[in-house]
Design a protein around this ligand. Structure first.
Ligand SMILES: Nc1ncnc2c1ncn2[C@@H]1O[C@H](COP(=O)(O)OP(=O)(O)OP(=O)(O)O)[C@@H](O)[C@H]1O
Ligand SMILES: [Mg+2]
Length: 293
């Protein structure tokens, strides 16, 4: 996959996600070198959007130029690579003939020459991906159920996204981990977030805007310091707070109370909801910021 300087610039300029230029550059270099990448980091900071943006650009700004699957806990090799269709066991000969096997998403991508996004990779157990090994190391995909071997198309791009260590995720097997280049997509700076929300909510009261940005950065500090909460507020959360506050204030409510209101909603998302201490910590933080408004 050859990308020109013009391509790099266009991809950066047209990306909805701001503040991740470094990460995007790294991804593009590896894509150009033909290595699969895995974007990882805390939820809600633009991993999926960045991956889709890049794949869509590479496919000529065409969303249907790549395939996408969102991994789930129950996913197995059948969905990823393919296998015999349950109806192949049907007593009805016609049905059995018609539904012999089903290609998984990877087989379909390779067969149609489409690039692939595996979103939320670590939500599925590593066993679901066993068929990927040969593809990523030898460029071939054996399909046992069809007795054929597919060859990886020239310039084929595979991007995945993942939350490491998040609840409800599986630990990646080492063998699988080595086959992706991990690229971190973390929290962006407060300055970037200010620009983002000024664009999305131009009528937001500046004092409330500052309070939201401060709340976000303080929750991230809490998370970094001693993991007293499982994650900081995401940029997605910041945007939701800003939009909620802008709307509620336009309905006549005061800034302080709508800020606390929104902070409590987002606080419940980022805190460990089964741990009253964790929720209390975030709520106290919101009240303290509101006091100084
Ligand atoms: N840096 C950013 N600049 C602009 N918008 C952002 C940024 N980060 C997140 N967003 C907003 O948050 C939304 C959610 O992002 P996205 O779903 O891509 O995150 P994610 O990292 O894939 O989250 P998850 O881990 O939950 O899947 C985006 O559609 C975008 O509107
Ligand atoms: Mg995502």
């Amino acid at each position: 996959m050859k990308l020109t300087t013009e391509d790099y610039i266009r991809i950066l300029e047209t990306c909805e996600i701001k503040g991740h230029d470094e990460a995007i550059l790294r991804i593009l270099r590896y894509v150009e070198l033909g290595y699969p990448v895995m974007l990882y980091g805390p939820p809600g900071n633009g991993k999926t959007t960045i991956a889709e943006h890049i794949l869509s650009y590479i496919g000529g700004e065409d969303e249907s130029s790549f395939l996408k699957i969102e991994a789930t806990e129950g996913m197995s090799e059948y969905q990823v690579i393919g296998g015999f269709h349950p109806l192949a066991m049907s007593g009805n000969a016609e049905l059995a003939q018609k539904f012999m096997y089903k290609d998984g998403i990877v087989a379909r991508a390779i067969e149609s020459g489409k690039n692939l996004l595996i979103d939320e990779f670590t939500r599925a157990p590593s066993s679901a991906y066993s068929g990927l090994f040969l593809l990523l190391s030898r460029d071939t995909l054996p399909l046992e159920y069809k007795e054929t071997v597919l060859k990886k198309p020239e310039g084929w791009v595979l991007i995945s996204t993942a939350n490491f260590g998040d609840e409800g995720t599986f630990k990646l097997s080492n063998a699988l981990k080595r086959r992706f280049v991990p690229i971190n997509v973390g929290y962006v700076s407060s300055a970037t977030e200010k620009t983002v929300i000024s664009n999305i909510t131009p009528d937001l009261d500046p004092e409330v805007e500052n309070a939201i940005i401060l709340f976000a950065s303080e929750t991230r500090t809490l998370w970094r310091k001693d993991r007293s909460i499982p994650q900081g507020l995401s940029t997605d959360g910041v945007i939701k707070m800003a939009r909620y506050c802008e709307l509620a204030m336009s309905q006549g409510f005061d800034g302080k109370s709508v800020f606390v209101d929104a902070a409590f909603h987002q606080g419940t998302i980022i805190a460990d909801e089964t741990d009253p201490h964790s929720i209390q910590l975030v709520q106290e933080l919101a009240l303290k910021i509101a006091e100084d408004m």
